[in-house]
Design a protein around this ligand. Structure first.
Ligand SMILES: Nc1ncnc2c1ncn2[C@@H]1O[C@H](COP(=O)(O)OP(=O)(O)OP(=O)(O)O)[C@@H](O)[C@H]1O
Ligand SMILES: [Mg+2]
Length: 459
């Protein structure tokens, strides 16, 4: 007998990723855009959340493009959390790009190039296009083959004759080798409803016709069944698709490079940077389409976290970009007070140039009191599926109020891990005490470093 061993099926263990902001589901506002103290994973910070609510409403109505919003406040007060909530509130159709100020420093690309690309990724263009297509159920087809020019023993499709049928008409068309190849590749045969773009020759397989003999058999079949189309075989149809400006730049750049072969062999575009010329051409084309009501712009959001890391060059570029026509809403977040603008020795609020601050609306975030910290910790323990005893929660809250919200959130996970390693289900005060003995908060760390000041390495 063959030695076949049956292995037990492995239980599906799912790797759950819990990030710093996974508990944030939205801004937690009511229908009048008033903040509910605890909602959608958000706790407190009402003023900033309500301000963010107004911003979201204006973005949705397309009124805020080219504006800048600054989140300013001490570390760990929810600036990034509120920005994440904004992206949740906006939904999937509004592009939301998140980057950190540090991302502009790359040795391969110019800073402004990185910013331009980010800006263009945030602008959605909904294009409505009328295209001439042949559409109908394939009732008969005939492929003519010829010998391959380099290999006479191999046959290649040379042309194809197709008969397409709608409810009202039947038409036979003849096409060349590219269409014939697509039909073979897509496994298209009689009974399918297909669509051929009259200009580009792209063939799309829409599904099986319900009226065909194929559509009427009861085989187990995953192919979509659709009714035979009405009207003429050759018709104009409206197609709607949404691209971003960055996506359009890339398509254009690839086409200019001669496309095909490069992208086939090298696996995609070769350019690290896209020519200004291409961008201008794309902008022109988009503006023209918007004027003709063939395209609609959906400005999204570019969120630059830790934006005090941008330098003067980047700020002046952003300042200029804000005033051009196709720009998203720019949200900056920083925890810096009055400090020098990077790349200069000039001091300014948040380390931003004054003219940029002047053009922006500023939303401030504030430190949390013990009550808010307790509630945020509760939300986090639910998110991380941690069972915690009431007095243990109280203990971490105390630590949080003394040190910082972030530190207490970390301590919560550590205490849970400690309980787990001791094979206990609930997190108790003992767990909290143990981990706060094992780890240090900032002030403890500072004291520790001071104590060993003369023994620490300085270079
Ligand atoms: N109001 C809130 N409700 C719920 N969770 C919050 C709230 N504020 C902050 N948090 C959570 O606390 C942690 C720290 O907040 P966050 O990272 O948003 O701070 P930040 O203001 O961006 O700080 P930094 O200036 O250091 O970047 C995160 O895990 C965040 O999700
Ligand atoms: Mg942050």
């Amino acid at each position: 007998m063959a030695s076949i061993k049956e292995l037990p099926t492995r239980p599906a263990t799912r790797f759950e990723r819990i990030g710093a902001h996974t508990h944030i589901k939205g801004l937690g506002l009511d229908e009048n855009l008033k903040a509910v103290r605890i909602k959608d994973g958000m706790v407190g910070q009402e003023r900033a959340r309500e301000a963010a609510g107004l911003v979201v409403q204006m973005i949705k109505e397309g009124k805020l493009s080219g504006k800048t919003v600054i989140f300013a406040g001490p570390p760990g007060t929810g600036k990034t959390a509120i920005a994440v909530a904004i992206s949740k509130e906006l939904g999937e159709n509004v592009p939301f790009i998140q980057m950190s100020g540090s991302e502009i420093y790359s040795s391969e690309r110019k800073k402004t190039e990185i910013l331009i690309e980010a800006i263009r990724k945030c602008i959605g263009v909904e294009i409505h296009e009328m295209r001439k297509v042949y559409e109908g159920e394939l009732t008969s087809m005939d492929i003519k083959t010829a010998s391959h020019p380099y290999n006479p023993y191999q046959k290649v499709p040379e042309s194809i004759r197709l008969t397409l049928k709608t409810q009202d008409e039947e038409k036979t068309i003849e096409a060349g080798s590219t269409i014939a190849q697509q039909v073979i590749q897509e496994n298209i045969s009689e009974g399918y409803i297909i669509q051929i773009d009259a200009e580009t020759g792209r063939v799309v397989n829409l599904g099986v016709s319900m009226e065909s003999t194929k559509g009427q058999t009861y085989d187990i079949d995953t192919r979509k069944k659709i009714p035979r189309p009405q009207g003429k075989v050759l018709k104009e149809k409206e197609f709607v698709y949404t691209l971003t400006l960055a996506g359009m730049d890339e398509i254009n750049a690839r086409q200019r490079m001669g496309g095909g072969i490069f992208s086939l062999f090298m696996g995609g575009a070769q350019t690290k940077e896209i020519d200004t010329e291409i961008r201008t051409a794309v902008d022109e084309a988009v503006k023209k389409m918007v004027d003709e009501e063939k395209a609609f712009i959906h400005p999204g959001v570019l969120f630059i976290d830790d934006s005090h890391l941008l330098d003067l060059e980047a700020f002046s570029f952003l300042g200029r970009a804000i005033e051009s026509e196709l720009v998203p809403i720019i949200i900056l977040a920083t925890n810096r007070g009055v400090t020098t603008i990077r790349g200069t020795d000039v001091k300014s609020p948040m380390g931003f140039p004054l003219d940029l601050v002047d053009r922006s609306v500023i939303i401030g975030t504030e430190d949390y009191d013990a009550d808010s910290i307790r509630e945020i910790l509760k939300t986090r323990s639910k998110e991380e599926k941690i069972d915690i005893k009431e007095n243990a929660l109280e203990k971490i809250t105390e630590v949080g109020a003394k040190t910082s919200l972030r530190y207490s959130v970390q301590l919560l996970s550590l205490a849970a891990q400690n309980a787990k390693s001791a094979k206990r289900k609930d997190v108790t005060v003992k767990d909290v005490e143990r981990v706060s003995n094992l780890f240090m908060d900032v002030s403890e760390a500072t004291q520790h470093l001071k104590k060993y000041d003369d023994k620490m390495m300085v270079h």
